[in-house]
Ligand binder design. Structure first.
Ligand SMILES: [Mg+2]
Ligand SMILES: [Zn+2]
Length: 206
């Protein structure tokens, strides 16, 4: 891996990540992190501040029970901005899986872009390099996969890859968001008010 150039992966895998072809094709539930799994605290550095939204554990567990790999793809420009380090990001990802454990759930893999938008990299959502990397490393079937997020750029990334897209907007939280979506003409396949609700609707489509 070209650290410092490309986005990278936090290795939390309990099993070896085999070469493509070594494991059967599986669908992925791609999920955004901040604002989707946990409240967005803006450039969060400290893993101790991490909290999960209610229903996230159940949603991830049910997706896994239905054969989905759970893959988090997140923009973390705070790294290049010098607000936190890659080690801080890795610590948050390990903490996230600790918080999921009592729910018998986990994220199988975390991929993040450390760059600022000005960098023009291929790994920052809505660009799709990290999704492609995950597809190769986990042998994922994108035709049966979905993307869940809270922003238009999540929907845009998912749509570029032909994924089923779900936008999660808690009730009473969509004034700015609707404008943002309309501007980008990014209408998701599923508009849900909770993570858990989005997962059940993805599963009912699959
Ligand atoms: Mg987000
Ligand atoms: Zn990047």
């Amino acid at each position: 891996m070209l650290m410092g150039v490309l986005g990278t992966r936090t290795d939390v895998s309990a099993e070896p990540v085999g070469p493509a072809g070594a494991t059967p094709l599986r669908p992925a539930l791609f999920v955004d992190r901040d604002g989707t799994l946990n409240p967005d605290l803006h450039y969060m550095k400290d893993a101790e501040r991490l909290e999960l939204y209610r229903g996230v554990g159940e949603g991830l567990r049910v997706a896994a029970e239905h054969g989905y790999r759970t893959v988090c793809v997140t923009n973390q420009s705070g790294v290049e901005r010098g607000l936190y380090t890659r080690e801080d990001v890795d610590r948050i990802h390990r903490r996230l899986n600790e918080l999921l454990r009592p729910h018998r759930a986990r994220i199988d893999a975390f991929y993040y872009c450390p760059h600022m938008p000005e960098h023009g990299c291929d790994c920052r959502k809505p660009r799709t390099a990290l999704f492609e990397q995950a597809r190769r490393e986990w042998n994922l079937d994108l035709t049966r996969s979905a993307m869940l997020g809270d922003r238009a750029l999540d929907v845009e990334a998912g749509r570029s890859l032909g994924l089923l897209t779900a936008l999660i907007r808690p009730r009473g939280h969509d004034a700015n968001g609707s404008a943002e979506l309309l501007e980008g003409s990014m209408v998701p396949d599923i508009l849900a008010h909770s993570f858990r609700g989005a997962v059940y609707r993805v599963l009912s489509r699959g």
